[in-house]
Design a protein around this ligand. Structure first.
Ligand SMILES: C[S@@+](CC[C@H](N)C(=O)[O-])C[C@H]1O[C@@H](n2cnc3c(N)ncnc32)[C@H](O)[C@@H]1O
Length: 208
């Protein structure tokens, strides 16, 4: 990687680490539900890796970007707990066989993947029939004033935050992709920044 790309990647990593740190408690709770062979879509710098429980045997991290140095470091640390490998590919075309995974996770990625419906269709394909989809996402705010601010800020945010759509109604997209919720929690954090304060996390299985 050339020095300019490395600086850009490191700055992006730092921004995402800072913006997503407040959601670590929800991520921690969510990942206690992961088991078996896990696909972590858009694993980024690997903030999830230290949180997978003993019930996980293997994690495949999917990432379209060239491998992140922080992800490599975190992957080495968990090597005693489960096997890990990064696959460089887009969620639009997941390079794994049908029904290969017990768990597929999207953590703060459905907001960034250009076509989330397509990514979810792929997730559905690679999940076992009784497999679990785990998600943690920020949402369009329920307060119309905050939602209006999100709409205003969204174009700039998308440019500086790697394509993230701040104002997306992601829970509707998950259901429309053929999943039903087993459980879902949501919180509206009173702390700033309010544009990132409506968060949801939960588990879903294939419907129908
Ligand atoms: C906000 S970051 C979240 C990273 C990580 N999941 C976390 O929670 O820290 C969004 C991630 O989605 C990834 N992403 C963007 N487009 C993608 C695509 N088409 N397929 C898979 N991942 C994608 C980005 O490279 C980035 O790592």
């Amino acid at each position: 990687m050339n020095p300019l790309s490395l600086i850009k990647q490191s700055a992006g990593t730092l921004l995402i680490e800072l913006a997503t740190r407040p959601m670590q408690p929800q991520r921690r709770q969510l990942l206690t539900h992961a088991h078996g062979n896990v696909l972590d879509v858009g694993i980024g710098s690997g903030s999830s890796l230290s949180l997978y429980p003993d019930t996980v045997t293997h994690v495949a991290g999917l990432e379209p970007e060239p491998t992140n140095w922080l992800l490599n470091r975190r992957a080495k640390k968990v090597a005693d707990n489960f096997s890990y490998e990064t696959t460089t590919a887009s969620a639009h075309e997941i390079p794994f066989e049908d029904q290969a995974f017990d768990t597929v996770t999207f953590q703060l990625t459905l907001c960034t993947i250009p076509d989330p419906a397509r990514a979810l269709a792929e997730a559905r394909r690679v999940l076992k029939p009784d497999g679990t989809l785990l998600f943690l996402e920020h949402l369009r705010h329920t307060d119309p004033k905050v939602a209006a601010t999100q709409d205003k800020v969204a174009p700039l945010w998308q440019k500086i935050a790697g394509g993230c759509r701040l104002n997306q109604a992601t829970t509707e997209i998950i259901e429309a992709a053929g999943f039903k919720y087993n459980w879902r929690e949501a919180v509206i954090d009173k702390q700033p920044p309010r544009i990132l304060s409506h968060i949801t996390w939960g588990a879903a299985t294939k419907s129908g």
